[in-house]
Design a protein around this ligand. Structure first.
Ligand SMILES: CC(C)(COP(=O)(O)OP(=O)(O)OC[C@H]1O[C@@H](n2cnc3c(N)ncnc32)[C@H](O)[C@@H]1OP(=O)(O)O)[C@@H](O)C(=O)NCCC(=O)NCCS
Length: 177
């Protein structure tokens, strides 16, 4: 858990470029993103160890209106710049170094008990929704308020309702993350 959490905190703090231990600790104590990922990781850790998840799940919900299924798998480096209103359904898989903005929803479709599969380094803009067991490829970008109902290829940018690919090669895979 600690290696994963370290990777999460590193990505959530990266924009603030903290120098030194004191500033890093101060940021961890004050930054909403840090609080949200700590609670989320604690919840998933409890679930993995068959401990009750009630306390971290309730605190996440009360303070951030975030609901994450204990049956979701989330890779390290999760970044939540505005941790609010995020919902992650059971069976959802999220790769490493993904960015989830406010009100991102990954929900089940009727008749399928498993949520979406999201690759590594995926950017999900404010209010993006992914519906059902669809796959979003590595380095994909999903635009603000878009609703993904079909697979999105790696490195593509998709927008709209339902989301359509507007750029098959967004160049995010060329950036260092
Ligand atoms: C998806 C996104 C990255 C696309 O950026 P881009 O590649 O620069 O694309 P453009 O802005 O040139 O838009 C291209 C087309 O897609 C449309 N478009 C862009 N974003 C859209 C969206 N979210 N929904 C619907 N259409 C969208 C534009 O209107 C434009 O249409 P046109 O060609 O008919 O004029 C960007 O729109 C976006 O949503 N970024 C995320 C922002 C975000 O979540 N920020 C959170 C920080 S607070």
């Amino acid at each position: 858990m600690f290696e994963t959490l370290k990777a999460d905190l590193r990505r959530n703090l990266q924009d603030y470029r903290p120098t030194g231990l004191f500033r890093t600790v101060a940021l961890c104590l004050t930054l909403n993103s840090a609080h949200a990922v700590i609670l989320l990781r604690f919840q998933l850790w409890c679930a993995r160890h068959r401990l009750p998840t009630f306390v971290p799940a309730k605190i996440l919900f009360w303070f951030f209106k975030i609901e994450v299924s204990k049956h979701a798998a989330i890779g390290p480096g999760l970044r939540l710049p505005h941790p609010m209103g995020i919902i992650i359904a059971p069976g959802t898989v999220i790769g490493r170094n993904c960015d989830l903005y406010a009100d991102v929803r990954m929900v089940l479709s009727h008749g399928n008990p498993k949520g979406p599969v999201v690759g590594d380094h995926v950017f999900l803009g404010d209010g993006a929704k992914i519906v059902g067991r669809v796959a979003v490829g590595d380095h994909a970008v999903i635009g603000v308020s878009s609703v993904v109902t079909k697979d999105v290829p790696a490195c593509a940018t998709a927008v709209g309702v339902p989301a359509k690919v507007i750029n098959p090669q967004n160049g995010r895979n060329l950036e260092s993350d």
